[in-house]
Design a protein around this ligand. Structure first.
Ligand SMILES: Cc1cc2nc3c(=O)[nH]c(=O)nc-3n(C[C@H](O)[C@H](O)[C@H](O)COP(=O)(O)OP(=O)(O)OC[C@H]3O[C@@H](n4cnc5c(N)ncnc54)[C@H](O)[C@@H]3O)c2cc1C
Length: 604
């Protein structure tokens, strides 16, 4: 082992780490090992830290396209209908003189259909990409104005670079979507390519409309500079802990006057209401909590004098090396700073009135079987590739094993085929009945590489490098690489595996939330939030949690997994936040007047 390390071929611990240079070493195992062991925080350039304690109206956790779009709206960008749209009914319903943020979403989205179950996502998509699903190309039906006076103070916190999960995808990977479906408003991916003087990729004719993931990541990162949003973004910060503080004194005349403090158990009392906050002496009467000394409106003029008691949120995070983004530091914060959190040079504390979960699905799902944490088993595609290279050099016997019939599983299979590595592919589905697999729904003539995997899985094409294991589930992995699988008829088989890749989907990691909140968020609160079978239970027209007031969820957490549809939840969220922060308490006409008369309005 020493010899291998000294000639630079393979470092010590080849099988438990990567066969790579020091800076590529992992930040700890997926099991949540302390980040400081392998990814010292001191290696981060702390000289760049400018903000340690922040007080804003809105704190957004996550910095992918969902958060970027929300930041655009909260920065005072307003969207208006141009008056032109192929759908006559929609055209007649929409007003051109009032921002979409002030129009009636339930009325406008009624009857719209498409590939999202969120009505506001369908509404935004049909205005941004009219008739895209039937292959037509229309100009966007939206025009934009900037009214800086309506901006809402906010901060976007993300542990990697702005662009979210796109920075973690292998840069050369081609997108599934059309390039223009990844666009954010006002500065398109195509505009970015022109600015970058990038020529269209010389892909074959079936993939020339797809983009490289690395370019998409760079586009999102550059977008926040182009649109002057960057001051709202703090990157390389991992939010580790969030608390809800009920700074809500009752009217001093009330009997039993006490400040309300957590823990608060927001159990549902009816379909649309939550239980009242509790003191140590029990539930406070609804009428009493109405009296709050705090008005959410900064100017005070548009607020009712008596407002509903609102909690505030406290967030605490640490600055990280961006590559260590996925790991969670288990250390406890010490209550020393004015905001009640440790103010060590590498920590950040944020106080806000609202929090928005835009943190995507970053946690790979696990099978929960014996041996899943063994060093030759991984849940990450890039890790799989590195381990395969390592295993090839070390001459480890056995085939690669890929578990899962989704797109990531297909990518892992393709990598093996392209590199002359035999791969066993296990998936539990019976393909004669599985009609909800994305691979089975790809239009013929497109995505030729994925079509090939689908044909191999179905046995319509064969390769000496590929063995399909249809209708099987992995039961266990052993240290020597032995892998036990069972078929649907409970017949066991044993395989020798060099490197195993589990690709069975992703879920949200909301471990930073207090347990009493995270445990009530999902549509099925007992299950993890995975954006597919279970998302955060939100009100579709505000994107606010049905159970925890002042908490919003965007993108995959709200059930939309394609960029094209993420923006609906952002739009609904921005509208709700504006309304509740009393910024839009004027009548639509007054509001329109003010937006065109103020000096700082820019027509775009
Ligand atoms: C391999 C791959 C290919 C894809 N291809 C396509 C495609 O072709 N077309 C398409 O439309 N969509 C595609 N998607 C899906 C698309 O990437 C997502 O829908 C989209 O990025 C979601 O955006 P988001 O802003 O909601 O979250 P994300 O992009 O997931 O960003 C969330 C960010 O929050 C960060 N975060 C999480 N927890 C914390 C925390 N505690 N503190 C700080 N930061 C945190 C995460 O690290 C992440 O960077 C693909 C996804 C993958 C993985």
């Amino acid at each position: 082992m020493e010899e291998e390390a000294s000639n630079g071929t393979c470092r010590s611990g080849c099988e438990s780490a990567y066969c790579s240079e020091e800076d590529e070493l992992p930040c700890g195992r997926e099991s949540g090992e302390d980040i400081n062991r392998t990814c010292p925080l001191s290696s981060f350039p702390f000289g760049e830290i400018v903000k340690k304690e922040i007080d804003v109206d809105v704190a957004v956790i996550g910095n992918g396209p969902s958060a970027i779009f929300l930041s655009l709206l909260l920065s005072g960008y307003k969207l208006f209908f141009t008056g032109s749209h192929p759908n006559k009914i929609l055209r007649e319903k929409l007003r051109t003189d009032v921002s979409l943020l002030e129009q009636d979403f339930p009325y406008l989205s009624e009857g719209l259909e498409g590939r999202s179950r969120n009505p506001v996502s369908l509404l935004f998509d049909t205005l941004f990409h009219p008739n895209a699903d039937i292959g037509q190309t229309h100009l966007s039906s939206l025009r934009w104005e900037r009214d800086e006076s309506s901006a809402i103070s906010h901060v976007v916190l993300g542990c990697g670079k702005p662009g979210g999960v796109w920075h973690g995808v292998e840069p050369s990977t081609l997108t599934l979507s059309h390039q223009e479906w990844l666009d954010l408003p006002l500065y398109s991916f195509n505009d970015w390519k022109k600015d970058e003087k990038r020529k269209d990729e010389k892909n074959d004719k079936n993939s020339k409309w797809r983009a490289k993931a690395g370019h998409v990541a760079q586009y999102y990162q550059d977008y926040i500079h182009k649109m002057s949003l960057k001051d709202n973004f703090i990157s390389s910060v991992l939010i580790k802990r969030v608390e809800q503080i009920w700074d809500c004194p009752l009217s001093p005349n009330s009997p039993g006057h006490k400040p309300v403090t957590p823990p608060w158990s927001p159990t549902r009392t009816s379909s649309n209401s939550v239980a009242s906050p509790t003191t140590s002496e029990g539930i406070i009467a609804e009428s009493e909590i109405i009296h709050s000394a705090k008005c959410m409106c900064d100017k005070g003029v548009c607020c009712p004098t008596i407002v509903q008691c609102n909690p505030e949120w406290m967030l605490q995070g640490s600055y990280l090396k961006p590559s260590c983004c996925k790991r969670r530091d288990q250390e406890e914060a010490s209550p020393t700073s004015p905001l009640g959190y440790s103010s060590s040079p590498n920590s950040i504390a944020v106080k806000s009135r609202k929090i928005v979960l835009a943190c995507g699905l970053t946690e790979p799902k696990r099978l929960g079987i014996p041996g899943e944490e063994l060093p030759f088993v991984t849940h990450s595609l890039s890790d799989f590739k590195k381990r395969l290279k390592c295993s090839k050099r070390r001459g480890r016997s056995g085939s690669a094993l890929v578990v899962g019939a989704g797109m990531t599983g297909a990518d892992a299979v393709l990598y093996c085929l392209d590199n002359d590595i035999h791969v066993n592919h296990s998936f539990y589905q019976d393909l004669s009945k599985a009609n909800n697999l994305l691979l089975s729904k790809l239009p013929s003539g497109y995505y030729l590489e994925y079509q090939r995997v689908w044909k191999l899985m179905k046995g319509l094409e064969t390769s000496h490098l590929y063995t399909p294991l249809e209708g099987t589930r992995v039961k266990s992995f052993s240290t020597n690489g032995e892998t036990i699988l069972t078929s649907s008829s409970e017949i066991e088989q044993s395989l020798a595996t060099s490197v195993g890749m589990i690709a069975i989907g992703s879920q949200a990691n909301l471990g930073f939330l207090p347990q009493d909140i995270s445990s009530v968020l999902g549509i099925d609160p007992s299950q993890a939030i995975d954006g597919k079978n279970n998302s955060v239970d939100i009100d579709s027209f505000s994107s606010q949690s049905e159970r925890v007031p002042n908490l919003y969820a965007l993108g995959p957490l709200a059930g939309d997994n394609f960029v094209r549809f993420l923006f609906g939840s952002g739009l609904a969220c921005a509208k709700s936040i504006q309304n509740s922060l009393c910024k839009t308490n004027l009548s639509p006409t007054q509001s329109t007047l003010s937006s065109t008369q103020t000096n700082d309005t820019t027509i775009l």
